[in-house]
Design a protein around this ligand. Structure first.
Ligand SMILES: [Zn+2]
Length: 263
């Protein structure tokens, strides 16, 4: 049976000298593992499509439970990511996270939050172009919070959970384990759970990430302090909801810390 679908390669394992298994993220089938025969040969028409992060239209052949790549038409290449070690580390984190959170052989189209393939493509595109308008850390935050929302863990960022105010001159707190906001006037000082007093900029950025259309959720500007706060919040939130850690994230954070120290 032949199937055609758009997908992004989120994992790859070599088999012998010339072939490989690739994990392809698709909206129709979730993540599927497919064999790409001869993909490493210099004249193979799968050479670029079987590369990590390649975004292509794949024609897959399904035989019993196995998929093989019949042909592929590249749509966009994120190959340039491999020229920058920090960008590559962040892209690897996104791929690892999506691969972990997406069930295989399950249609993702019913997700009302939109196309997962498009979301990953936008995330990789923003990673590739980071540095011009926003940092990699801001891109990471947008990915973590928006993806949490797509997975069904959207925090309530509309207003204070208690009084319904959108803003408060004494500040707004984010209660991450409860996924909600509470204003400083309503906050119970005896509350012992996780809480962060948000910079107004941080709250604006969080609202932008969750409520904007997909192509604008990465587009926000924050000061260095707010960016640091935002990053700590979104990373903690995503890891807590997905209940795991990612080696690629640790690697990315070590790289970024190393850069901070050398400056
Ligand atoms: Zn309130």
């Amino acid at each position: 049976m032949l199937l055609t679908c758009d997908g992004i390669v989120v994992g790859r394992r070599e088999i012998g000298e010339n072939s490989c298994f690739i994990d392809i993220l698709t909206d129709e089938l979730g993540v599927v593992e497919a064999t790409a025969h001869g993909a490493n040969k210099i004249n193979s028409n799968l050479l670029s499509s079987a590369a990590l992060f390649s975004y292509s239209e794949f024609c897959l052949n399904k035989n019993k439970l196995r998929y093989t790549v019949n042909s592929a038409k590249p749509k966009f290449s994120f190959h340039e990511l491999s020229r920058d070690i920090e960008k590559l580390a962040l892209a690897s984190y996104f791929a690892q996270a999506v691969k972990f959170c997406t069930p295989s052989e399950q249609n993702q189209r019913e997700n009302k939050e939109g196309s997962l393939v498009r979301f990953l493509a936008v995330s990789l595109y923003e990673t590739l172009h980071a540095g011009e308008k926003r940092t990699l850390t801001a891109v990471k935050s947008a990915f973590e919070l928006r993806y949490s929302a797509m997975l069904g863990f959207a925090p309530n960022l509309v207003a204070c959970h208690n009084c319904g105010r959108y803003d408060c001159e004494n500040g707004m707190l984010f209660l991450s384990r409860k996924s909600k906001l509470v204003c400083a006037d309503c906050f119970n000082p005896d509350f012992e759970g996780e809480r962060v007093m948000l910079f107004p900029e941080t709250l604006n950025a969080m609202r932008n990430i969750v409520f904007s259309p997909l192509d604008r959720c990465f587009k926000f500007a924050v000061s260095a302090d707010a960016e640091k706060q935002l990053s700590a919040i979104t990373e903690d939130y995503f890891l807590y909801r997905t209940e795991r850690s990612f080696t690629s994230l640790k690697y990315f954070n070590d790289l970024i810390k190393g850069i901070d120290k050398s400056e």
